[in-house]
Design a binder for this molecule. Structure first.
Ligand code: GUN
Ligand code: FE
Length: 440
C-alpha cells in the first residue's frame, strides 16, 4: 500500500457526544480528507483545503459520499449463521430448539471453516470491520474463525464458549470438566491472542449454562491475563433472569452472580442487560464494565426494551450489537434504526420532561468509537486520530430511491445522517477498507 488521501465528507468521534450532541465530541469535514500511510494507519483527517504537504499521497475521490470509521459490532454469534430468522420462540426455547442443534454442527472443522468465511464476508459487506464474536464450545470453531479473520486482516475478538451445566448446556455441547475447559482456553489464548489484529475473549455463555466452578474459572482467567477481554450474556429475558435468581440464592441480582466471581471490570462486556436495576448500573459504571445493546435481538425474542438513557446517566459504557442469529440483520445501520425505536418506546415509560431520543450523531458514535471503547480496542480503532488503524467505510447517500429522496430534502447534516440511520442498510456501503486496503 502507498500513502493515499481519501477525499470525501469525513465524520468521526473523539468521545461520546451525549444526549445533546456535544459539538466538541465529533468532527465533521464536509469537503474532507483522510490521509492514510503505507503502514495502513491514519496520518491525518481534516479539511481538504488544509491537508498538510507531508501527508499528500495518491488521491482517491469519494466526493459526494461519507467516510466514517468501520462499524464495530460488540456482540454476535458466527455459530448461528444458519439459523437466523428461526420462528416462534422466546430465548430459552429458541436456544434448545434452534441454537443448540445448529451449534452442534461445529464439531466438524470444515463446516466451521466454511461458515466463518461466509460470516466474515457478510460483515464486510455490511461495513462491519470489527466484532466481538461467539463461536461454539468446540476449540476448532475458534481456530476456524481466527484463521479466516487473519486471512482477511480483520481486527476481531473471539473465544471458546464455556458451557458445562445441563440442561442449559446440552450434553453434546458440554465441556468435560473445568480443568479441560481451562486447558483448552489457555491453549487458544496462547495460539491466537494478539496474533496481529486478533484478541481473545473469555466467553462463558451465560450463568445458567455454567457450573459455579466454571464461572469462577472464567473470573480467575480474566485476572490472570491482563489484556484479554470477557464476554457473556446477562439479564436478557425475564424467565432467564428469574431462573438465575432461583439458582444463585445468595446473589442480589443476575449481574451480582458475575460480580461475585470477579467478572466485572474494564475488560468485560455483558450483552443485553435489559432486566437490571440502578445498583447493577452503578456496579457496571464503577468497575468500568460495558453493555452490548442488541435492539433487533431483544425485539425478535420478545426479551424487552433496554434502557439506554439509564445506562448513560449512570455512566456505563455501551456499545451496539446485532446479536445475530437472535438479531435480525447484520447491518449496523438497520440495528441503529431499531435502537432508535427501542429508545422511543422505553422513554414513554418516563415522565415527559425526562424523555430523550437517540440522535443520529450519538447513534453513529455507538456504532463506531463507542463500540471500540466497549471492547477495549479504542487504542487501535474507532476514530481517525493519527496512528489509529485505518479501517473505514464509504457510505452512499443515494443507495436507494427513498434514501436519495429524503437526503435531497434534508436541510442539515444531522438530518441527512438521521436518514442514513433510519433508511440505510448494506446497500449504503459503497466501500469497506481494512488498514487502508479496499476489500471486495
Ligand atoms: N443466552 C445464552 N446464549 C445465548 C445466545 O446464543 N443468544 C442469545 N440471544 N442469548 C443467549
Ligand atoms: Fe447473544
Amino acid at each position: 500500500t502507498l500513502p493515499a488521501v481519501y477525499r470525501s465528507t469525513v465524520l468521526h468521534f473523539l468521545r461520546d457526544p451525549g444526549a445533546d450532541d456535544d459539538p466538541d465530541a465529533w468532527e465533521l469535514f464536509e469537503d474532507g480528507a483522510l490521509a492514510v500511510g503505507a503502514d495502513g494507519r491514519v496520518r491525518w483527517a481534516g479539511d481538504w483545503s488544509a491537508l498538510p504537504e507531508q501527508h499528500r499521497g495518491e488521491v482517491v475521490d469519494h466526493r459526494g459520499k461519507l467516510i466514517v470509521p468501520g462499524f464495530v459490532d460488540t456482540h454476535i454469534h458466527y455459530s448461528q449463521y444458519d439459523m437466523i430468522a428461526s420462528f416462534g420462540a422466546q430465548l430459552q426455547d429458541w436456544l434448545q430448539e434452534y441454537v443448540f442443534p445448529t451449534e452442534r454442527k461445529f464439531a466438524d472443522p470444515d463446516y466451521a471453516d466454511r461458515t466463518a468465511g461466509l460470516f466474515l464476508d457478510t460483515l464486510l459487506a455490511c461495513g462491519t470491520t470489527t466484532a466481538s464474536v461467539y463461536p461454539t464450545v468446540h476449540p476448532a470453531s475458534v481456530d476456524a474463525f481466527f484463521a479466516q479473520a487473519h486471512r482477511r486482516g480483520m481486527r476481531m475478538t473471539c473465544g471458546k464458549v464455556l458451557m458445562d451445566k445441563q440442561p442449559d448446556a446440552p450434553d453434546f455441547l458440554s465441556d468435560a470438566g473445568v480443568p479441560q475447559a481451562e486447558e483448552r482456553t489457555r491453549q487458544l489464548i496462547a495460539r491466537w491472542h494478539r496474533k496481529d489484529r486478533l484478541t481473545y475473549a473469555i466467553t462463558p455463555r451465560f450463568a445458567p449454562s455454567s457450573s459455579d466452578e466454571q464461572l469462577a474459572m472464567a473470573g480467575r482467567l480474566l485476572h490472570e491475563f491482563p489484556d484479554v477481554t470477557l464476554q457473556t450474556h446477562a439479564a436478557e429475558s425475564r424467565p432467564e433472569t428469574a431462573s438465575v435468581l432461583a439458582r444463585f440464592t445468595d446473589a442480589r441480582s443476575y449481574l451480582d452472580v458475575y460480580d461475585q466471581v470477579g467478572m466485572l471490570g474494564p475488560r468485560s462486556i455483558f450483552a443485553h442487560c435489559v432486566h437490571i436495576d440502578d445498583q447493577d448500573r452503578s456496579r457496571l459504571a464503577t468497575t468500568g464494565a460495558a453493555i452490548a445493546f442488541c435492539p433487533t435481538s431483544n425485539l425478535f425474542l420478545g426479551s424487552g426494551l433496554f434502557d439506554l438513557a439509564a445506562a448513560r446517566d449512570a455512566g456505563v459504557r455501551v456499545g451496539l450489537g446485532t446479536d445475530c442469529g437472535a438479531g435480525t440483520s447484520y447491518s449496523m445501520l438497520r440495528t441503529l434504526n431499531e435502537a432508535y425505536k427501542v429508545v422511543m418506546l422505553k422513554e414513554l415509560t418516563k415522565p415527559p420532561h425526562r424523555r430523550t431520543t437517540l440522535s443520529a450523531l450519538r447513534g453513529f458514535y455507538l456504532a463506531t468509537l463507542g463500540g471500540a471503547e466497549a471492547l477495549h480496542l479504542d487504542n487501535h480503532i474507532g476514530n481517525f486520530r493519527p496512528g489509529k488503524e485505518a479501517d473505514f467505510i464509504v457510505l452512499n447517500w443515494t443507495a436507494t430511491p427513498t434514501l436519495a429522496h429524503r437526503t435531497a430534502l434534508a436541510r442539515t447534516f444531522q438530518e441527512r445522517l438521521f436518514a442514513q440511520m433510519i433508511l440505510g442498510d448494506d446497500r449504503s456501503i459503497a466501500a469497506t477498507y481494512l488498514m487502508g486496503r479496499r476489500v471486495p
